[in-house]
Design a protein around this ligand. Structure first.
Ligand code: RNT
Ligand code: ZN
Length: 418
């Protein structure tokens, strides 16, 4: 059977249960997913030489990591080439590009330090999302930034946040696409704190000062990302789930951002998505794969990934959920890691779009739990592979050929980086 024949046969099977696979493929091509720049260099960035600090960590030492903006851009191009679907570029402030020995500290960053990224994104028709970088910096004092009791420290980081609002506005104006700006800090304590409220009150006020920086709310969408704990910050996290969610709920234009590595292991973000959609016009996601903890393994086409995509699609919320990938594996070929993760989320979305959600919901509403279980189990072995293959081909890539290109790139380019 040729690829086209395989697709035709699968399309007919799906049509018989009321699913239009052509429409699903056409729709998915228009949905942007944010591609995180930080998988390419283990969250290092270009504004410091020191290690990654602040409650997050990469593990692994696979050769070939990008060392310069040019190398990182070339690597991102390999990922773009080998993945189907529309993309936004997700940058961290630490990826500022300084020229001719110039340097600006985080509180003094300006749009011009990101002009090369804007040119890169525009040439590729991508919008840009942004993240202030509240980690890997000497001004983190005792593990704290926006919640620090030291006014000078706290103000430095507030100025950083404001600079990032201005840069986000610049990204949106330049690309014509709104910029999602995510605030995450690892602020917290290793051991049992004496005061859990003070840091949260300071954190709250600091974010309020940041979002008071003038911006067009249609162009810049600030988010607050929660977390349960971090490495070296095991006992207390200022930006907990309740903190972040309450902040977003009480501040106009601020979105809650859920990272699916940031909850207790039996909690699932798939269930939280519809809960938040009942209240927020828009939400944001960091899609990752936590293995026992917030390990940031490469996203796979696994049960919870599929469940999250299903919720977004069947809540008819594809335009209300800002989707971004967030993981960093330094133990395998980084471009392959990036590519597999992006493809996995695309697969999850496409499969969700090839699900007869209306008829399944009808069974639920009729309390026909017997047939609902039968139909859901049947769907698991439908010939989705042929639909995915067709989508890849239409997007100018293939299901398996990409890995040979990555291997060649590793031999020709990555292996020469010392
Ligand atoms: C850390 C958060 C945060 C970072 C990125 C690099 O636990 O998930 O989103 O991963 O900002
Ligand atoms: Zn995250």
């Amino acid at each position: 059977m040729t690829q086209k024949e395989r697709y035709a046969a699968a399309k007919e099977m799906y049509a018989n249960i009321g699913v239009d696979t052509d429409a699903a493929i056409a729709k998915l091509k228009t949905i942007p997913v944010s591609l995180h720049c930080w998988q390419g260099d283990d969250v290092t960035g270009f504004d410091h030489d020191g290690p990654l600090t602040g409650g997050i960590q990469t593990t692994g030492n696979y050769p070939g990591k990008a060392r310069t903006p040019e190398e990182l851009m070339a690597d991102i191009d390999m990922v773009i080439k080998n993945t189907p679907g529309r993309k936004k570029l997700n940058l961290h402030a630490s990826y500022a590009i300084f020229e001719d020995g110039e340097f600006a500290d985080r509180d003094k960053l300006e749009p011009k330090h990101f002009a090369k990224w804007v040119a890169f994104a525009k040439e590729r028709n991508m919008g840009i999302d942004f993240n202030p970088t509240f980690f890997s910096h000497p001004k983190m004092k005792d593990g704290l930034t926006l919640s620090s009791p030291d006014d000078e420290i706290r103000n430095f980081w507030i100025e950083h946040g404001k600079a990032c609002i201005r840069i986000s506005q610049y990204f949106a104006e330049e690309t014509g696409i709104p910029c999602v700006m995510n605030i995450w800090t690892g602020d917290g304590t290793k051991d049992i704190p004496a005061d859990r409220l003070g840091p949260r009150e300071r954190y709250k006020q600091a974010i309020e000062e940041i979002i008071a920086e003038p911006h067009d709310p249609k162009l810049v969408k600030p988010c607050v990302e929660s977390k349960v704990f971090g490495i070296g910050v095991e006992s207390y996290t200022a930006g907990s789930a309740e903190f972040a969610l309450s902040f977003a709920a009480t501040h106009d234009g601020v979105l809650p951002l859920m990272d699916n590595g940031h909850y207790h292991p039996t909690e699932v973000v798939s269930d939280k998505i519809p809960a938040l959609l009942a209240f927020f016009p828009e939400i944001a996601l960091h899609i990752t794969r936590p293995v026992r903890w917030d390990s940031d393994h490469v996203v796979l086409f696994d049960d919870e990934t599929r469940e999250m995509a299903k919720e977004i699609v069947r809540c008819d919320a594809i335009d209300r959920v800002n989707m971004a990938l967030d993981y960093f594996d330094a133990s395998i070929n980084r471009i392959s890691a990036w590519t597999v993760g992006f493809r996995s989320w695309q697969k999850a979305l496409l499969q969700a779009m090839c699900t007869p959600n209306e008829s399944l919901t009808k069974l639920q509403n009729e309390a026909n739990w017997t047939e609902l279980m039968v139909r859901m189990e049947e769907l698991k072995v439908y010939p989705f592979g042929a639909i995915w293959e067709e989508y890849c081909v239409q997007c100018g890539t293939s299901e398996s050929g990409w890995f040979d290109e990555v291997k060649k790139y590793e031999a020709d380019v990555l292996s020469k980086r010392k």
